[in-house]
Design a protein around this ligand. Structure first.
Ligand SMILES: [Zn+2]
Length: 252
């Protein structure tokens, strides 16, 4: 009886030590993957729709601004979500309300420039050339509108969040909503490097809206879908070849 207890105790302690060691061995880069929150059923949606929602959270990286972007080498620097739009063009509605004194025309022109950046490299008519302006649209509500708004995200260090809704079976994106965090001061970083560049972040976030995931590997730090940004960055305004390859794999 005593021997059995000792054996059981030994097994339990062995298992515990294996668990602890395993968790210590998880590379820190894997922690970044947790930033893309696991798909979960949105409570706002009824069962019969069978929709899933995934939130892509874009974080500021304090040392990022001083690090020169690396050229992608061996790694494939694009990642498909496995879901995409099936009817085009994709319309979107902008709420230009912001805390930084940006004019309505600056906000909507900048956002449509970012949309056009994706549009011109695919043969599909991806984003609608005409966008809506609505000072009442909100982020995070499944309401058949692809809304882009400024607002406060309840977590520090978050620059922006894009939520994508898609059908579980058909793998079809049906809506996206985007929040640009008012914790940061937004504007044109080409004129002032102390600003969070609206075109830079919008181009990245719209990549999620069309079905691309974040990349966190240092080898991919030059691509638009790299998962970190900071004040003054404008390198994500233009797409790199891996971004274009990923887009064309989905939409031609
Ligand atoms: Zn992202």
């Amino acid at each position: 009886m005593k021997l059995r207890t000792i054996i059981i105790l030994t097994i339990v302690m062995l298992m515990l030590s294996i668990t602890v060691t395993a968790s210590m061995l998880i590379p820190s880069s894997d922690k970044a993957k947790e930033h893309a929150k696991a798909p979960e059923k949105s409570p706002a949606i009824g069962d019969d729709w069978e929709l899933e929602r995934i939130d892509f959270v874009h974080y500021a990286k304090p040392d990022w601004a001083v690090k020169p972007p690396k050229i992608p080498k061996t790694e494939t620097c694009y990642k498909l979500m496995g879901v995409k739009w099936k009817s085009f063009p994709v319309d979107y509605v902008i709420n230009p309300t912001n805390n930084d004194g940006l004019s309505e025309s600056f906000v909507v022109n900048t956002i449509s420039t970012s949309a056009e950046t994706w549009d011109i490299v695919t043969s599909s008519e991806l984003f609608s050339d005409s966008y809506g302006i609505d000072y009442t649209v909100q982020y995070g509500v499944y309401d058949y509108q692809n809304s882009i708004v400024f607002g406060d995200y309840p977590e520090s260090g978050v620059i922006g969040v894009t939520s994508v809704w898609y059908t579980r079976k058909g793998k079809e994106i049906v809506e996206f909503d985007m929040l640009l965090d008012t914790d940061f001061t937004w504007g044109d970083a080409e004129l002032n490097t102390n600003l969070m560049d609206l075109e830079n972040i919008m181009t990245h976030e719209l990549g999620h809206a069309v079905g691309l995931s974040d990349l966190y590997s240092d080898a991919c730090s030059a691509v638009t879908m790299y998962g970190y940004s900071n004040y003054g960055e404008i390198s994500k305004r233009s797409l790199e070849q891996p971004d274009i390859t990923g887009l064309q794999e989905m939409y031609g």
